[in-house]
Design a protein around this ligand. Sequence first.
Ligand code: NAI
Length: 400
Amino acid sequence: MTTETLAARAPRADLAGRRLRLGMVGGGEGAYIGGIHRFAARLDDQYELVAGAFDVSPERGHAFAARNFIAPDRSYDSYQAMAAAEAARPDGVDVVAICTPNFTHWPVARAFLEAGIDVICEKPLTATLADAIALTDLAERTGRFVGVTYTYSGYPMVQEARAMVARGDLGDIRVVQVEYPLEWMATGIELQGNAQAAWRTDPTKNGRGGSIGDIGTHAYHLAGYVTGLRAEAIAADLATFVEGRALDDNAHVMIRYQGGARGLLWSSQVAIGQSNGLRLRVFGAKGSLAWGQEQPNELAFTPLFGAPVTIKRGRDDLTEATRARTRTPPGHPEGYIEAFANLYAGFAAAIRARGAGRPAGAAAEGVPTARDGLKGVAFVEAVVDCHEQTPFGWVEPQFA
Ligand code: NAI
């Protein structure tokens, strides 16, 4: 499809007054993240799932579609067939969610962007930097929306942390500590039939960064999202602890941020006892913040010379963007699904606003887009390059 045809499809004034029509690639039976996307898309009633190429196996994909009440003529053998057919329908999908392994993100995104359809893409944006550049470039050239599901930026208290840093509550940022340890790949489960681990440990499907690409990219985005800091240089030490594994399963990265702040990022797939231990701590000249995704309704703030304060989700004195990401009163816990739904709400607001030529509003403030995804892939590539190429300058301590 040509750029002229794309221009003819936009802006879509008919988006007002109806749910967005959502398609999905991947996310079929037994897949992980596709189900989370479907829950998230339903939570605010902004989307209706109407089409999909849900599985790499067409038969399994059709069976899954039937169980999920997708019309048979909108369950497709392939994403290519889906992009072409949906673009040709007057009631075709407005946006497609890409929930497939990393190496497919770019070809799938390309098919839909070229068909004039907006994209919600899983992280990492792509498996290679060249693909990420091409995807971002195509999105910007065609004027299509590409949202990237950096899940953790959807949490209300992450939003509040971001607002506090921007407001100067912490003063100049000095130190950023972020870690994302997981335990699920502490043994060679990729050789024992675990589908998710199998592609994640295959460089041709996952990309060059193992733990750093899979979860380090979340940690890197979270740190940058909250602090607004941009990396100036990184130094990295990767390790592979599980025998025979082709990619890193543990990474330590030192980050020098522009302006002088220092960061330390740890990602690990072999951290026994850590179910989902994403944690961020930010230390400034006037105070510090701490947030962890296993207790996401609370944000710890300690002012210089002051007592530690626990800031709780749902209170009326939080910022508008934080309150826009909150659905239940304080004391009723919200979590992962709601955070994911906040991204979907932000994407919907951005897509609708663009269609109508108006500002997107608080719900879409800071929602991750292709350019954020590109930064994430560039970070992963830099980490692996550093580990592989740079003589790091290790120094053996005396009396070790
Ligand atoms: P998975 O292995 O559980 O599911 C992948 C699905 O894609 C399967 O249904 C498979 O049949 C399908 N698929 C593969 N190639 C296809 C094709 N050409 N056409 C149609 N379907 C195809 O993988 P998982 O764990 O759900 O990960 C998928 C993506 O989501 C990855 O990029 C991963 O990094 C990301 N992810 C993001 C998370 C987040 O927190 N935002 C959490 C987990 C995964």
